[in-house]
Design a protein. Structure first.
Length: 389
């Protein structure tokens, strides 16, 4: 009787959902702006739904300068800033829905004089809007590297000759100086939580810290055998999980990827420090999936609690049938909050250049999970019924 009670709802559910399937895994290269000799593009961040990617690509009329881009499947790679040949720019982050983009533009870069680099905030309605400078810092470098999910809070760095002070900007308060920080090491640092209340960056002397308005700077510290303090490169949506690297005297490079929580502190993703350097560069919204770079192989890794750390390219091929060939995934830079979409910059075989990429890792849909649960319950009930005979 119990089995019949379970079978009937399952049959009805199957009829209702019809041919519902788990979304397919996919891997794609996002393209490059045309360049006669050195085409190159780099992806830095992805929207919450995984459908919008921002980054930078080398400009057609310049050997060195990059222009910021915004990519969607419908429009492809779009140069939204309209920079001149002697200017340069990069888009480092975007809001959850992809409508707000932040980054930096250089005026006169690689041209006459040093040039001035400015932090910007872009929307389709307003275009590129330069964020105002703090008094006395007008002629210093400024880079916007992170933005809250709703686009209202922007963070970054300013200073000279490198951006060495942290700022937080809102329309209500303007730009606020939050004190010294290390020059930007990777594209998504300093970084920010989804609601804008938590900022993670690196202090020149004490390494990684977690900042909130209530606590100020709380330093992550280091591990007993490490050669220096931890360095942080990304933070989860709620600000509770931080990832990055910590240095060890085990050769060049000796960095080791880590995951930090308040409960556990710094935990190395690869266990005991090894001779292969690793850096964790991005984390999913709940902190359960982490991606990063493996120095020796110029390759990317992916980590979760169930599988541990493994090669991202091998995971794509072995688990989802996606063969990236000779293309090296190199540096993953962001993960969508649900952990399904990963973006980064890869390298084509010599003499090829770099190119932005996007990988989609499917997750079981709600209906698939429900069916699986019902089947398991049915099997359990059937076994109990047989045991009672």
């Amino acid at each position: 009787m119990l089995r019949n009670v379970l079978v009937y709802p399952l049959v009805v559910l199957l009829l209702l959902i019809g041919p519902t399937q788990v979304p397919a895994a996919s891997f794609e290269l996002l393209g490059q702006f045309p360049h006669p000799e050195y085409p190159c593009s780099e992806a830095y961040a992805v929207s919450a739904d995984g459908e919008v990617v921002v980054g930078a690509s080398r400009m057609a009329d310049s050997e060195y300068n990059f222009a910021p881009f915004r990519w969607t499947a419908a429009e492809g790679m779009v140069d939204f800033a309209g920079l001149l040949p002697n200017e340069e720019g990069r888009a480092y982050d975007l809001s959850a829905d992809g409508s707000v983009v932040v980054g930096t533009v250089w005026h006169g870069a690689m041209g006459e004089g040093y040039g001035i680099n400015e932090a910007f905030r872009w929307t389709e309605e307003d275009g590129v809007v330069i964020l105002p400078s703090l008094p006395g810092w007008e002629d210093y470098r400024k880079e916007a590297t992170g933005v809250s999910a709703d686009g209202s809070v922007v963070i970054g760095a300013f200073g000279a000759p490198q951006p060495n002070r942290l700022f937080r900007w809102t329309e209500a308060e303007g730009m606020v100086d939050l004190g010294p920080q290390s020059s930007v090491q990777v594209v998504n640092e300093p970084c920010i939580s989804a609601d804008g209340s938590v900022i993670v960056a690196n202090d020149p002397g004490q390494g990684a810290f977690r900042w909130t308005e209530a606590t100020g700077r709380v330093y992550l510290g280091t591990l007993p055998d490490a050669a220096g303090p931890a360095l942080a490169y990304d933070v989860s949506a709620d600000g509770s999980v931080i990832v990055g690297s910590i240095g060890y005297d085990i050769g060049e490079p000796g960095d080791q990827a880590f995951r930090w929580t308040e409960e556990e502190g710094i935990v190395l993703l690869f266990g005991t420090p090894g001779e292969i350097g690793t850096t964790a560069t991005a984390v999913s919204g709940d902190g359960s999936l982490i991606v990063g770079h493996v120095d020796l192989y110029n390759d990317a890794f992916v980590w979760d609690a169930a599988h541990g750390a493994r090669s991202l390219s091998e995971a794509l091929e072995n688990e989802y049938g996606l063969n990236v060939g000779d293309f090296r995934l190199y540096l993953p830079t962001d993960v969508s909050p649900d952990g399904r979409v990963i973006v980064g910059t890869g390298i084509h075989p010599h003499p090829g250049g770099g190119e932005a990429w996007r990988a989609v890792i499917p997750e079981p849909s709600t209906t698939v999970l429900l069916i699986t649960s019902l089947l398991a319950l049915l099997l359990y009930a059937s076994r109990k019924r047989n045991e009672s005979k």
